[in-house]
Design a protein around this ligand. Structure first.
Ligand code: 5GP
Length: 177
């Protein structure tokens, strides 16, 4: 599809970043090109309207989920909730630590950010091992949110992150091996 190709053309591969052996997919060119970025939000909006018509909130993951979550939420006329790295959010929070390829990380959400039963879609730029998305899902489950879907621009297929999400619905615009 023409629109998807326009987006794929604005994702730049960087070998050996942030460490040797990793091929990093950089979405900076996509953010810099207003036509491509609008097309991205168009495609995400169309998808969510079709797949998740009863959505209450978009939840975005620190930090590139903050770049696509708010414009998408605005299009849908709904609110946005941030899931942040540890220590950034004031007030009562739920937190979860999870393992990265090297070491550990911790994510937090404000305890009152989502009402029990609210229907959410969780967005991020990219799914790799799935550890980040999986941890975010756990936080949302603790707040008794109903997760309609996990949504990303890019899925790195070979890392099998999808398996970690178990039966939670998942959608990606672009896939790489
Ligand atoms: P995971 O937890 O699935 O292994 O890693 C996904 C998280 O790391 C996402 O929040 C994503 O922003 C970041 N990430 C990992 N690899 C890449 C990459 O190649 N490109 C970009 N843009 N983000 C990445």
């Amino acid at each position: 599809q023409e629109r998807l190709r326009r987006i794929r053309d604005r994702v730049r591969p960087f070998p050996d970043f942030p460490e040797p052996g990793v091929l990093f997919r950089d979405i900076s060119p996509l953010l810099k090109d207003p036509v491509a970025f609008r097309t991205l939000i168009d495609l995400l909006e169309d998808h969510v309207r079709a797949s998740c018509p009863k959505i209450d909130l978009i939840v975005g993951l620190d930090s590139r989920g903050f770049l696509i979550g708010p414009p998408l939420a605005q299009r849908l006329g709904i609110g946005f909730v941030p899931v942040r790295k540890k220590g950034k959010l004031p007030g009562a929070t739920e937190s979860i630590s999870y393992s990265l390829e090297y070491g550990k990380a911790e994510l937090e959400i404000q305890s009152d950010a989502v009402e029990p039963g609210q229907k959410v879609v969780i967005v991020d730029d990219l799914l790799a091992t799935g550890g980040t998305m999986c941890a975010a899902c756990e936080l949302l489950k603790r707040l008794k949110a109903e997760i309609l879907e996990c949504l990303v621009i890019i899925e790195l297929k070979s890392l099998k992150g999808l398996e970690k999400l178990n039966s939670i619905p998942f959608y990606s615009l672009l896939q790489y091996d």
